[in-house]
Design a protein around this ligand. Structure first.
Ligand code: EPU
Length: 338
């Protein structure tokens, strides 16, 4: 049964732990409740805002309309052959639980995305990525429900316009669809991606030359835990900014002033780790009242307790201004600011 609450506090439902109200709020646990919520919002003429794990948002004001907490869960196999399996989850499922099930079954493709916070439904919205793998690499299709009409639509990989931390659901279709389920095509044959950062080094340290799926999951867990704070322990929203891309000529110029600059080539452009820029700008590990920049990874902004959106946004402004002045690079937020 759909139960709609008024003036609902969202502090516990966002990992930055910011206090903010929703004008209306409901939990949806199945399709019937979701369709009920869509009808209700139409009758009331209020917009719907879909909340997943709350791990990639900064809520700066009261959210007008109906906030839906997605608790629609379940997983299943859609198709299978000797080489691959199409494994699907309903969108309110915890992403890491989905990855865990894939690894337990010996299906390859998403192990590097273990412990990315959030729900399955949020994963395609920003094409989540970590350790050399992105969601789009195994994506098969998703089913979404139009928030205006209640009608279902299948989105193939082409329809989603995936890019670095981006998709059509962050742009043209923002706020238009409720992602209902996501299906991935996973490999039954070993195909591990071990070339990013320290993965191979960490495995070799343990004497593992030919790792299996579970060993990779455990090393990813170790690397993440050594750099990224668990939102359950320290309030944060993961990488706050995207890694900016600059032209090769801009990069050459910067390299003369900063010979130790870190970079990754991406075809015609060069990607610079925002964490390096923010660290170089002197922010790493710094506290400003109740907010700060995480001491082990400068891309993570932290609420040490009691911070407001205004405190965080002041820090964001300061970081962007300083990075721009030093490197003439504009940082762009990865986190959704509402
Ligand atoms: N670096 C610094 N200082 C820092 C942080 C990083 O110099 O404080 C340098 C590192 O030395 C390294 C490079 O930056 O050479 C890259 O660092 P890292 O491997 O930690 O990854 P990242 O580029 O900072 C991205 C994703 C993360 C993802 C990691 C691992 C973005 C915006 N972030 O961070 O994603 O976990 O790669 O693949 O692309 C997230 O999206 O919330 C997230 C945590």
């Amino acid at each position: 049964m759909l139960h709609i609450e008024k003036n609902f506090e969202l502090q516990k439902l966002n990992t930055l732990k910011l206090a903010a109200k929703a004008e209306f709020f409901a939990v949806v646990s199945n399709k019937e409740e979701l369709l009920g919520a869509i009808s209700w919002s139409k009758a009331k003429n209020v917009p719907i805002f879909v909340l997943g794990g709350g791990s990639n948002i900064l809520i700066s004001k009261k959210i007008k309309g109906l906030v839906l907490k997605n608790e629609i869960k379940g997983t299943g196999i859609l198709a299978e052959d000797r080489e691959s399996v199409t494994f699907s989850a309903l969108s309110g499922e915890n992403w890491t639980h989905f990855v865990h099930l894939a690894a337990e079954n010996g299906w390859y493709g998403v192990e590097n995305l273990y412990l990315v916070p959030g729900t399955v439904g949020a994963a395609p919205v920003q094409n989540i990525g970590a350790y050399g793998v992105e969601l789009k690499d195994t994506f098969d299709h998703l089913v979404a429900i139009n928030l205006e009409t209640g009608k279902e639509k299948i989105f193939t990989i082409k329809d989603c316009h995936f890019a670095y931390r981006n998709s059509i659901f962050k742009n043209k279709l923002k706020g238009k669809y409720f992602i209902y389920s996501v299906a991935l095509r996973l490999n039954k044959k070993a195909s591990l991606k071990l070339d990013y950062g320290d993965i191979r080094v960490k495995l070799l340290e343990k004497g593992i030359k030919k790792p299996n799926l579970k060993q990779v999951v455990s090393v990813i867990q170790e690397i993440r835990n050594s750099k990224l704070p668990s939102p359950a322990v320290l309030a944060n929203a993961g990488s706050f900014f995207k890694n900016p891309e600059i032209s090769i000529s801009e990069f050459r110029k910067l390299e003369t002033s900063f010979p130790d600059i870190k970079s990754f080539p991406t075809g015609k452009k060069v990607k610079i780790p925002a964490g390096w820029l923010i660290e170089k700008a002197g922010f790493k590990g710094k506290k400003f009242g109740s907010v700060g920049v995480y001491e082990k990874q400068a891309l993570i902004l932290v609420n040490y307790g009691g911070a407001t959106a205004r405190d965080l946004l002041a820090l964001v402004k300061d970081i962007k201004k300083t990075v721009k002045k030093l490197f003439t690079i504009d940082l762009e937020e990865e986190v959704n600011i509402i």
